[in-house]
Ligand binder design. Structure first.
Ligand code: GLC
Length: 550
């Protein structure tokens, strides 16, 4: 087994509630997901990341944990989870679970004991959360859920004090100055490793510690704790991948990799909105700009890239002008906006234009790092902006055109959320079954590109070398790896574009189109001329001369 398997991985993010209902109660579950693993294997992804499945009052879809050592009864049992892991492994799929270390639900027994001086275990848990007599401390910390929370402090009448929370008021932050809390979370990770997981996505990493006079993000104490977590995981189960969700600028994310001794992976948040900006402007400048700010990573580390996920398309890591531009362009209706972001799915964001969806995915799959696909985006599912919060991008997976889109056998009224049923994105038109048989479908295209990607280690492991053709509507780059050099050309505009590339330094001039297998022969000592249709992408392998090969 490769210790750095995550470098070649394509991850698929699953909201278990939304994916497949195995027991007919209207809610997706682990049995349902297990039964659909063949689909994921056939799609060509190599790892599955599950949103939280632990017991929870589900006021933040499980990011409000009330028991770290179990499975929510809606989703099944620990046995079901272990079966899922075994079946995934049997198909060569890895499983990544969630760790939510920053906060618990206010229903968690730890918080119940902490808040209540009459609770028999109050003495033990009193300092497990961050309590204060005033709500004036840590005033420099921003509010993240701006649309819902007026403050990071909420008054608790039971304890007669304020408690600290970076997210919803029902998600009190744990107190990491308390050694027992530190220890407890290490134990939680070991528990999930014992259930067989190959990796852990660690939620909301920047916010573990608070210090007066700082913005309470990315503090040295936070990094010290995560290094300890890494050491503990490395000792307990070497090869377990740790992925951090630090929604920060690249220079602030770099410390999350440490010297290769903190996280293996972190999402590249600032890149994501710039892919949309570049497409909206038909100009590569936003992507070039963020890549210029993106540092090289220590050995063994990898970026996680994505176009969409279960949250709003976050616009925290952009300037206010860029945010305004993104809102006007991609969220013209107020209901499409949430906090500092946009609560829409990939296909509606890109006007359901197959060419734009494909070129966005071409960038995602070839530029840097390991890509994450969000469930349903591979068939171009839509969203429902009339649902609250982020629910509109978490609707049931659309498997076929039968009742409930094939998601569940329950009566439609019993579904945890309605299936999308509009004329454009509704399940009667957009579903797995229909796209399986359609040769030009997004699903079959995705299967094809994932297969191509898997054959070329340079996509996951190669250096990135940006090319600078005069025509700025084109984003072109090389991915260089000892085994191969790949050339990718993406047209960010709706119009056909032409570019000249001087590739003499990289080989004798012959290249193979990865899609058609056609060999292009360039004149040595001249430039290559390419014509690229609107929103088209080309992937090539630069062929070394036979002499070099021998
Ligand atoms: C992360 C999750 C988000 C959740 C928040 C609070 O940002 O992605 O869904 O609401 O943490 O746990």
């Amino acid at each position: 087994m490769h210790r750095d398997w995550y470098k070649d991985a394509v991850f698929y993010e699953v909201f278990v509630r939304a994916f497949a209902d195995g027991d007919g109660d209207g809610i997706g579950d682990l049995i349902g997901l297990t039964a659909r693993l063949d689909y994921l294997q056939d799609l060509g992804v190599t790892a599955v990341w599950l949103l939280p499945i632990m017991p929870s009052p589900l006021r933040d879809d499980g990011y409000d944990v009330s028991d770290y050592f179990g499975v929510h009864p809606d989703y099944g049992t620990l046995d079901d989870f272990r079966t899922l892991v075994a079946e995934a492994h049997h198909r060569g799929l890895r499983v990544v679970a969630e760790l939510i270390p920053n906060h618990t639900s206010d229903q968690h027994p730890w918080f119940q004991a902490s808040r209540d001086p009459t609770h028999p275990q109050h003495d033990k848990y009193r300092d497990w959360y961050i309590w204060s007599d005033t709500d004036a401390r840590y005033a420099d910390a921003r509010i993240i859920f701006l649309d819902y929370e007026p403050s990071n402090w909420t008054h608790d009448p039971v304890r007669g004090a304020y408690y600290w929370h970076r997210f919803f008021h029902h998600q009190p932050d744990l107190n990491y100055d308390n050694p027992e809390v530190q220890q407890a979370m290490l134990r939680v990770v070991q528990f999930w490793i014992d259930q067989g997981v190959d990796g852990v996505r660690v939620d909301a990493t920047p916010y573990l510690y608070e210090r007066e006079g700082t913005n309470c993000e990315n503090l040295p104490e936070t990094h010290a704790y995560f290094k300890r977590l890494r050491a503990s995981v490395d000792a307990y189960a070497p090869g377990t991948m740790l992925l951090s969700e630090a929604n920060q600028w690249p220079e602030d994310v770099l410390p999350y990799f440490g010297d290769g001794d903190e996280f293996h992976m972190n999402f590249h948040f600032p890149l994501m909105p710039r892919i949309y900006m570049a497409l909206a402007k038909g100009n590569r400048a936003p992507i070039e700009g963020v890549l210029a700010r993106t540092p090289d990573l220590p050995a063994g580390c990898q970026w996680g890239t994505f176009l969409r996920n279960h949250d709003e398309l976050t616009l925290e890591m952009v300037t206010s002008e860029e945010r305004q531009f993104m809102w006007e362009c991609y969220a013209p209706e107020p209901r499409m906006r949430l906090n500092l972001g946009i609560r829409r799915r990939l296909a509606p964001l890109l006007d359901n234009d197959l060419r734009r969806i494909q070129v966005a995915n071409s960038i995602l799959l070839t530029l840097i790092g390991s890509p994450f696909l969000y469930y349903g985006d591979e068939i171009g599912m839509g969203d429902n902006i009339h649902l609250e919060d982020r629910d509109g991008v978490r609707t049931p997976m659309q498997w076929d055109d039968g009742p409930n889109a094939g998601f569940s056998s329950a009566p439609a009224e019993a579904l945890y959320e309605p299936v999308i049923d509009d004329p454009v994105y509704g399940y009667r038109r957009v579903n797995v079954q229909a796209q399986r048989t359609g040769p030009g479908s997004l699903l079959n295209w995705t299967r094809q590109v994932l297969r191509l990607r898997r054959r070329h280690p340079a996509f996951g492991r190669g250096d990135l070398h940006l090319l600078s053709p005069d025509n700025r509507a084109v984003l072109a780059y090389l991915r260089r790896h000892p085994r191969e050099t790949l050339l990718v050309i993406n047209n960010l505009s709706s119009e056909a574009q032409e570019i000249d590339l001087d590739l003499q330094a990289y080989g004798p001039g012959r290249m193979r189109d990865l899609f058609s297998d056609e060999i292009l022969t360039g004149e040595p000592s001249t430039t290559h001329h390419f014509e690229v249709a609107g929103y088209a992408y080309r992937w090539f392998e630069l062929l070394q001369s036979d002499l070099l090969k021998r």
